[in-house]
Design a protein around this ligand. Structure first.
Ligand code: ADP
Ligand code: XUL
Length: 525
């Protein structure tokens, strides 16, 4: 069998890709958007609205309802799921699911997954990566572990609000009884893999690196960090595994309900960013990726684990071996959407505003694009700031606003990827917004690099299928990338050298304005 299924349980949707390594074709793909298709969960953007902007949780039952829906629609489209040799996949990083008992069987397929999983949950909702409510817990963990430097050296990142360890600590502090009756804590990735296997399966090194608990490089839970986080934590986590580990075989539920072959292998799921590194064909150092999804992320493989002196960036395990650098920005697509909506622009009009109606540098108008609390840099509240013409600051210039949000984001991305220590000539791009030619033009000019989309849109789901093929079909990452991660050269956007000076000046202005904003926010506390 030469077919592999890749899944990506992301912030706003669950996506699937089926690849065939014998023909080097993507044979099927399908998406379930949580907000559109499962409105009963009251999560139009994939998370439960909360008046406190620092709290962002999602209902894990929504993710597995989406899994049932996705598989039934794939089978309904005529995709022969019995021909799948193995399933790999990914989940949005850092989010955690709490179970009173490990998953053990899912029944005969008569009742949906949610009815089997609901009684197991010891915490009804899962904190996700957008949650920034654990500043106190981060400080407590760092103090108990021996300081920020120790946490960075051991885990690859400072104690970070959205990372799973601080979130677990907050749960223990606020709901110690529910914490105590929790017997398994899973990441979104290992939760979805566990459901597919019908048993609780381990966390994988790449996604485990986003917990502030794993010893980067060694791949063990670190006792000092476990102790600094919450009591009895080791017993609630299975020993982590290397990427490419077969963690189980498909549960009977899926065999009976959707026609999978008995024995279909489940390869450990990873985080959406490490998975995209694979799907983008960027597992070796030298190629950077910008992922423009709900979050914007910039990442690249690294041979040795470099860390960010400012404490915003992270070193994770690379699923292909070695390490990867990553910086993540909350104000990605939802900030662009906010501007597009406020000024009545659809995506083609938004692109047109950038390409036809405004010029690089935006006539001196600049936007600090923080429409919600940010993690890079750390801002605990929304503080979007319009600087420039009076008309611009009074928000009566739609085209300038469209350019300004993208320029502000690109300058912030550039400022916070310097720590990776490389100047990339080419940057591969993926995610929902990578279809927008206006956004790609600004990125090419700000970074003075060629921006290169790939033929396959969902790099994270593709990465899942490719990882399954590498682990089970014994194909190499390099060969698989050659077949499945092909650049869409016709859509490549080369930088305009004439914009170089303009953006060097704007970068200085942005860096100064950002430093002022951070100083003001620090004073406000
Ligand atoms: P995730 O994987 O985090 O769920 P996606 O990579 O699927 O997210 O991206 C979803 C986002 O893509 C949406 O929030 C939407 O704003 C954005 N998007 C989709 N099409 C476009 C477009 N043509 N231009 C800009 N943004 C777009
Ligand atoms: C990465 C991060 C996000 C999520 C959701 O650190 O928090 O990119 O993985 O995509």
């Amino acid at each position: 069998m030469s077919r592999y299924l890749g899944l990506d349980s992301s912030t706003q949707s669950l996506s699937a890709i089926v690849i065939d390594t014998a023909t080097s074709q993507v044979v099927a793909s399908h998406d379930i958007n949580f907000g559109d298709r499962l409105p009963g969960y009251g999560s139009p953007k994939g998370f439960l609205p909360n008046p406190d902007p620092t709290i962002r949780h999602a209902d894990p039952l929504m993710w597995i309802d989406a899994l049932d829906l996705l598989l039934s629609e794939l089978a309904g489209k005529g995709v022969d799921l019995s021909s799948i040799a193995a399933i790999g996949g990914a989940g949005q990083q850092h989010g955690s699911v709490y179970l009173a008992a490990p998953i053990a069987g899912l029944g005969d397929g008569a009742s949906p997954l949610r009815d089997r999983i609901r009684p197991l949950l010891s915490r009804k909702t899962a904190p996700i990566w957008m949650d920034t409510s654990t500043t106190a817990e981060c400080a407590e963990i760092a103090r108990a572990a021996g300081g920020d430097d120790v946490v960075v050296r051991v885990s690859g990142s400072r104690a970070i609000e959205r990372f799973t360890g601080p979130q677990i600590r907050k749960f223990w502090k606020e709901s110690s009884k529910d914490y105590e009756r929790t017997s398994r804590i899973q990441l979104v990735s290992s939760f979805i893999a566990s459901v597919l296997a019908g048993e609780s399966v381990p966390i994988e090194f790449g996604d485990g690196s986003g917990m502030n608990l794993l010893e980067l490089g060694a791949g063990n839970w670190n006792q000092g960090l476990l102790d600094a986080t919450a009591p009895g934590l080791r017993e609630k986590l299975q020993a982590p595994v290397k990427s490419g580990t077969v963690v189980g075989t498909i549960a009977d539920y899926f065999v009976r309900r959707y026609g999978f072959a008995k024995g279909t292998k489940i390869v450990a799921f990873t985080g959406d960013n490490p998975s995209s590194l694979v799907g983008m064909g960027a597992t070796s150092p030298g190629t950077a990726v910008l992922s423009l999804g709900t979050s914007d992320t910039v990442f690249a493989a690294m041979a040795a684990p470099r860390t960010d002196p400012k404490g915003y960036g992270h070193a994770f395990a690379n699923p292909a071996g070695g390490f990867m650098a990553l910086s993540c920005f909350i104000n990605g697509s939802l900030a662009r959407e906010e501007v597009a909506k406020a000024f009545g622009l659809d995506w083609p009009a938004f692109a047109n505003a950038i390409l036809k109606e405004t010029k690089p540098g935006n006539g001196g108008n600049l936007l600090l694009p923080f429409f919600s609390p940010e993690i890079t840099p750390r801002l605990s509240r929304a503080c979007a700031t319009y600087l420039g013409d009076e008309a611009f600051t009074h928000k009566t210039m739609p085209a300038a606003a469209a350019r300004a949000v993208v320029e502000g984001q690109a300058l912030n991305l550039k400022a916070h990827s310097r720590w990776i220590g490389e100047t990339f000539q080419t940057i591969r791009v993926t995610g929902g917004a990578s279809k927008n030619p206006g956004i790609l033009r600004v990125l090419a000019d700000v970074f003075q690099a060629t921006i290169l989309p790939l033929k396959t849109a969902n790099a994270s789901a593709l990465g899942g299928a490719v990882r399954a093929a590498q682990a089970v079909g014994a194909a190499s990452f390099a060969d698989l990338a050659g077949h499945f991660s092909k650049p869409e050269t016709a859509l490549a956007v080369a930088p305009d050298p004439a914009t170089k000076d303009c953006y060097a000046q704007l970068q200085e202005k942005f860096d100064r304005a950002l430093a002022d904003l951070l100083a003001r926010e620090l004073v406000k506390g």
